[in-house]
Write a new protein. Structure first.
Length: 217
């Protein structure tokens, strides 16, 4: 049997949760296993339902989405987190990604794109709104200190790992990277694991963010 992706919805607006639930439950291979109205409820619901992916709002009463994301990603078996919000300030984007979110989408994202994001993130591929990617790239050239620190961090990687890092920063999936660099998917996954370990990062989105900071994309 094909794997069914278990999704938890976290938003303080019940209407938003209802709309997302209807949309995702109608998608093949996805099931909504629970809902939460704030970050603390999200943590409790994760304990109860063991979701693969959490769709997380940012601004909620009590524990906010960034704090909840950080706590969930610190677990031994963390779910993947996709931030879904109307607030796309640079600070929110960076805080969410550094907290361990694997994706950042705006609430005006089309339903097919949200379904695609859930599927891709569950498979280990990060996903960002095109607008968010562009802003991260524009931001790179304005922060010299960040650029230098990122370059220094990436210096520990092998040439092949640099190639994989650049591909990740460009939004390539494991299959894309395997085809572009003429290697097996298992080898790609091994390189990604090594990159995460060497850089002390949690997920591919943080690799992409560091690569953007270093001006590699």
């Amino acid at each position: 049997m094909a794997r069914v992706i278990r999704v938890l919805l976290v938003d303080d607006d019940a209407m938003v949760r209802a709309g997302l639930s209807m949309m995702l439950d109608g998608a093949a291979g996805i099931t909504v296993v629970g809902e939460a109205a704030d970050g603390q409820e999200a943590i409790t619901a994760t304990d109860a339902h063991a979701p693969d992916v959490v769709l997380m709002d940012l601004r909620m009463p009590g524990v906010d989405g960034i704090t909840a994301t950080r706590r969930l990603r610190a677990r031994a078996r963390p779910p993947e987190v996709i931030v879904l919000t109307t607030f796309d300030t640079d600070e929110n984007i960076l805080y969410a990604l550094r907290a361990g979110a694997s994706g950042f989408l705006l609430k005006d994202t089309s339903p097919p794109r949200i379904v695609e994001a859930v599927t891709r993130v569950a498979e280990g591929d990060p996903i960002l709104s095109p607008r968010i990617t562009r802003r991260l790239m524009d931001r790179t050239v304005t922060q010299t200190g960040t650029y230098e620190r990122a370059r220094a961090a990436l210096a520990v990687l092998t040439p092949r790992e640099h190639e994989v890092t650049l591909a990740i920063a460009r939004g390539r999936t494991n299959a894309d990277i395997a085809a572009e660099l003429a290697m097996g998917i298992t080898t790609v996954k091994a390189h990604v694991s090594s990159i995460l370990t060497k850089l002390g990062l949690d997920n591919r989105t943080q690799i992409a963010l560091l690569a953007h900071d270093a001006g590699l994309s």
